[in-house]
Design a protein around this ligand. Structure first.
Ligand SMILES: [Mg+2]
Length: 276
């Protein structure tokens, strides 16, 4: 059983992906993550959500899970704080979507490739595609840095498309369900910036994720938790002191990996982790 005196926690920052990690991939439920969230609450740790979702979508999850605080949205596009029901950008890493979206559509026409993205869909199309509620779908459309797409062409044309994307300074990053078109940034860049702006001298960084868009964030952590998913076995994480691969998927795996990571931290002080 948990014992307050025994498990004295060093400074810890927890970064967590949402879809397929804290949230079930289909139902978006975090019920199985409740034991893990309780574990964090008992240690006064508020997890920082880092997701491909928009700031508005993440703030809904924050409210429902009781994890309010700054967040990392759109795959690391910005660090945002919600104040008085408004999103306020602390630091932006991505080029504004409105500055390049028409170039992306032009490229689709020029190459005659086939894909569909959020900007092609109505709210009702998006709901059919994702299973999101109306409120969540509207929040998902409030994008500022990225355009998630579904690729509907060949792998060869995708390779060609990626090369042409680079010419307009954009990249395609693979997530759980979508390819995210965005400028060159990632979750790792945002989490490293966050870490360097904390008051604590050397907090232990725990990161949890399940997909290719989490690789940079997991690699930048002291302890990485790779949550089992259809794409997690492709993730080759190098850099952390410890990489935990969960046996369970989704929020169940999230709780499993988080508790194991926190036990690891309690067994080794932050100083020994950093100086080893
Ligand atoms: Mg995910």
């Amino acid at each position: 059983m948990w014992n307050e005196n025994y498990y004295e926690c060093p400074d810890v920052i927890v970064f967590s992906d949402l879809d397929g990690s804290l949230l079930e991939p289909i139902t978006y439920s975090f019920k199985s993550a409740l034991p893990g969230l309780k574990f964090l609450r008992e240690r006064n740790i508020i997890p920082v959500f880092a997701s491909s979702k928009t700031a508005s979508e993440i703030s809904i999850v924050q409210e429902e899970s009781g994890c309010k605080g700054p967040l990392i949205c759109e795959n690391g596009g910005a660090i945002v704080e919600r104040k008085d029901r408004q999103n306020s950008v602390i630091k932006a890493f991505g080029r504004p979507r409105k500055s390049w979206l028409s170039k992306l559509h032009q490229l689709r026409d020029d190459l005659a490739v086939s894909f569909r993205g959020f900007s092609d869909w109505s709210i009702s199309d998006l709901r059919k595609q994702t299973g999101l509620s109306e409120l969540a779908a509207r929040a998902a459309q409030a994008r500022h840095f990225s355009e998630p797409i579904i690729w509907e062409d060949s792998d060869t044309m995708l390779d060609h498309f990626r090369i042409e994307l680079e010419r307009i300074n954009l990249v395609a990053i693979e997530g759980g369900q979508f390819l995210s078109i965005q400028s060159e940034y990632d979750k790792g860049k945002a989490t490293r910036w966050w870490q360097s702006h904390q008051n604590e001298s050397s907090p232990v960084i725990i990161a949890l994720g399940d997909g290719p868009n989490d690789k940079s964030m997991l690699s930048a952590a002291d302890i990485a938790v790779v949550i089992k998913s259809p794409k997690s076995h492709f993730l080759n994480i190098k850099g952390p002191r410890r990489v935990i691969y969960t046996a369970n998927t989704g929020p169940e795996g999230w709780t499993e990996g988080l508790i194991e990571a926190l036990f690891t931290v309690n067994c080794h002080s932050s100083i020994s982790l950093k100086s080893a």
